[in-house]
Design a protein around this ligand. Structure first.
Ligand code: ACO
Length: 325
């Protein structure tokens, strides 16, 4: 008997034109290119222009994904934007993206799981598609983290950047065999005991301000490798796949040392991991679709490839999605 799966029809991305190198950051805080490169792998990040909003970044990425998918925006009946830096507290950034693309049917909403946001959004859209509630979904990760950074804190401001990525998902009937395309498994986790490891010190209900990002970097680092490794293993067990069977790993791009630690712990070959953080830093919910887009543009994604996407972020939240391209 067949099964409905969410097939990725197209991917797109957008990075603001303004590039800020490590040397540029060193003009603002007491840091240097060597320290940032050695501890994080980051060389530069993109910064949204004045007046360029998270939705603008998301719209640009979404348009590219729709063109590549060959799908008319008016056929989209679900828009989910993962973001921790929405244009406004409400309405959601998703409805602005929906409106800008001329979509008037279906539903649009935001998901807030910080760096895990894209994984949360992908898993949510997959459930809508498999249940028959939606047919074609636009899933976006878009962030303007430069706006919530404390540009006097060298421990955090060097790490993040702005950007957006998007995928178009379509519900397709598959044969329910190992050759199925689309999302094969997803697993989401959170544990609020760690809410003060990585957070923003403001919000409408607490301070009536937006606030700035605060982080206990060492703690985040330690938990990241463990949580990411655990969720990858759980997702593989759920789906019956093993590490060597994965063609490409598309991780959240936070720190190259986190990626190296994960690879070592799980025995993943370095050449199977897409790494893009050197040129855009940590773009939170945007980083996985940005990496997916780079893999697509470099022709590293072949039809039938098995890909594993994973992330961890503030909350803590973490998760993984396994899919066949
Ligand atoms: N430039 C120069 N020196 C710096 C800088 C900087 N930008 N930042 C910190 N330092 C100094 C510190 O002041 C400290 O100096 P001291 O020993 O004289 O006090 C020294 O460097 C070491 O500082 P640590 O914070 O202990 O450095 P660490 O090796 O832990 O690296 C880092 C910091 C890069 C933030 C690391 O902890 C990390 O990557 N953590 C994960 C954070 C992360 O990726 N967060 C993203 C969101 S969560 C996620 O996406 C997974």
């Amino acid at each position: 008997m067949g099964i409905t799966r969410s097939v990725i029809r197209g991917v797109g991305a957008y990075l603001p034109s303004q590039i800020m190198t490590n040397d540029d950051v060193a003009k603002i805080v007491d840091t240097n290119d060597d320290w940032i490169t050695e501890r994080t792998g980051i060389k530069s990040r993109h910064i949204a222009a004045n007046g360029e909003l998270t939705s603008d970044l998301g719209i640009a990425a979404a348009k590219q994904a729709l063109i590549r998918a060959g799908i008319d925006p008016i056929d989209i009946d679900l828009v989910i934007c993962a973001t921790a830096t929405p244009d406004r507290t409400f309405p959601s950034t998703s409805v602005r993206i929906q409106h800008s693309l001329g979509i008037t049917k279906g539903a649009a909403f935001d998901i807030q799981a910080v760096c895990s946001g894209f994984i949360y959004a992908l898993a949510t859209a997959d459930n809508f598609l498999r249940s028959g509630q939606s047919r074609q979904a636009l899933v976006i990760g878009a962030e303007t983290f430069s706006r919530i950074l404390d540009w006097t804190d060298r421990k955090t401001c060097v790490l993040f950047g702005d950007g957006a990525g998007a995928v178009v998902l379509e519900a397709q009937s598959q044969s329910n065999t190992r050759d199925d395309r689309g999302i094969l498994a997803s697993k989401l986790r959170s544990d609020g005991r760690y809410e003060n490891m990585l957070y923003v010190d403001g919000g409408p209900s607490s301070t009536m301000t937006v606030g700035q990002l605060r982080m206990k970097g060492r703690e985040v680092f330690r938990h990241a490798i463990q949580n990411i490794s655990d969720i990858i293993e759980e997702t593989l067990v759920m789906s019956g796949y093993t590490i060597p069977e994965i063609d490409l790993f598309i991780p959240h791009q936070a720190n190259v040392r986190i990626l190296d630690g994960m690879a070592k712990k799980l025995g993943i070959k370095n050449e199977k991991i897409i790494k893009t953080l050197h040129h855009h830093g940590n773009t939170s919910a945007a980083s996985i679709p940005l990496a997916l887009n780079q893999a697509f543009q470099e022709d590293r994604l072949k039809k039938g490839d098995v890909i594993l996407m994973e992330a961890m972020g503030g909350g803590f939240t973490w998760g993984a999605v396994l899919a066949r391209w």
